[in-house]
Design a protein around this ligand. Sequence first.
Ligand SMILES: Nc1nc2c(ncn2[C@@H]2O[C@H](COP(=O)(O)OP(=O)(O)O)[C@@H](O)[C@H]2O)c(=O)[nH]1
Ligand SMILES: [Mg+2]
Length: 391
Amino acid sequence: MVFCGVDPNRRQSRELEKKITAWMKDYKKAIKILLLGAGESGKTTIIKQMKILHISGFSPEEKREKAQDIRNNIMEGITTLTRNLDELNIELEQEENQEAKDYILSIDPENFNFPEEFYVYTMQLWSDAGIQEVYSQQHRFQLIDCAKYFLDKVDVVKQPDYEPTIQDILHSRRRTTDIQKIEFEVKVPKKYGGGSLNFWMYDVGGQRGERKKWIQVFDGIQAVLFLVSTSCFDLVIREDEETNRLQESINIFRSMWNSRFLKYSGFIVFLNKQDILKEKVTHGRTRIAEYFPEYNNYKLLSKDRDSQENEEYLRARCFIRDKFIDISKQVVKREGRRLAPGLQPQDDWPARECYCHFTTATDTNNVRIVFEDVHNMIIMWNLSEIGVNVS
Ligand SMILES: Nc1nc2c(ncn2[C@@H]2O[C@H](COP(=O)(O)OP(=O)(O)O)[C@@H](O)[C@H]2O)c(=O)[nH]1
Ligand SMILES: [Mg+2]
């Protein structure tokens, strides 16, 4: 460990070591991390990754549950696409697929037991050029992100003994309604003192109706991981079918960053779904500037350039990142205490920096690398609290 600005005197460094040991003991209690963000931004996927990376993965019971989620995802995907044939005035390419269309539109999702013909009709429709055309216009309606992933593997999922792979589990989607907590242990690198730390990570529902529950878990949170679905710049939220999803995410971030209940929490923004963003920016039908006209004037700085990457994608991801950084730098007038005339108000808001990472939450390797950074940063924050600067 390198201590900056500390007298190299032996006695002093022993004292420092003692301090660190005491702090470590204290934090055997647990470091609390809260995942926040709009619906479908990737919070629960991060929880799944923590289970893969730090706990023993998924039990047979959990795998069975996920297999059912996946069947539901296929049903939701194909019914949404089929319904939108008429909405978008698109014809089926193969007339004989009309029977499949009628079947899918007559499904009652409450009492459905996934008979063999459901899968046959689904595969038939998914390979129809009309449905593919609907799919390519998905920004015009609400489609789950994993629709294509699972519709491409219906022949595997339909098997009675189907067991989801880790990738399948990471792509599956179920709406979170309660606050959930997972606990795990992380090894502390030797340069920060070694040993291990306990982390508690909280997952919450992201949709509007769920957000009033968030405050229940604000107490004692050391770090907020704020998830942003960067690829949703051309979508509207499910809750009102009107508000732009990226704008909603920016608004939520502003209110969380400025929340007095979180003023002592560190903030790390995960600019998530980079894989989808890249695909959309390089091959998609929509452009960011249609939704955020200021994008036209956005210039990529040389520090953000990367010769290995598509320039338009780099510009898009940095434009979105800067929307969040800008909020973190804005000085907001916060309600201060009333003071006697002549007294200067004390700003009791600690100076904070907002850290950003570009992530693809479904990619375990990407999450592993990003979290090494996150864990180290949290450890450093704690060490600086007790007056130790580590470099
Ligand atoms: N392709 C891709 N899909 C993602 C990514 N992050 C999350 N998803 C998918 O997006 C959907 C919503 O994610 P989820 O974690 O449930 O979002 P939450 O509502 O914030 O908990 C799921 O189907 C995930 O598999 C990502 O980075 N890339
Ligand atoms: Mg969730």
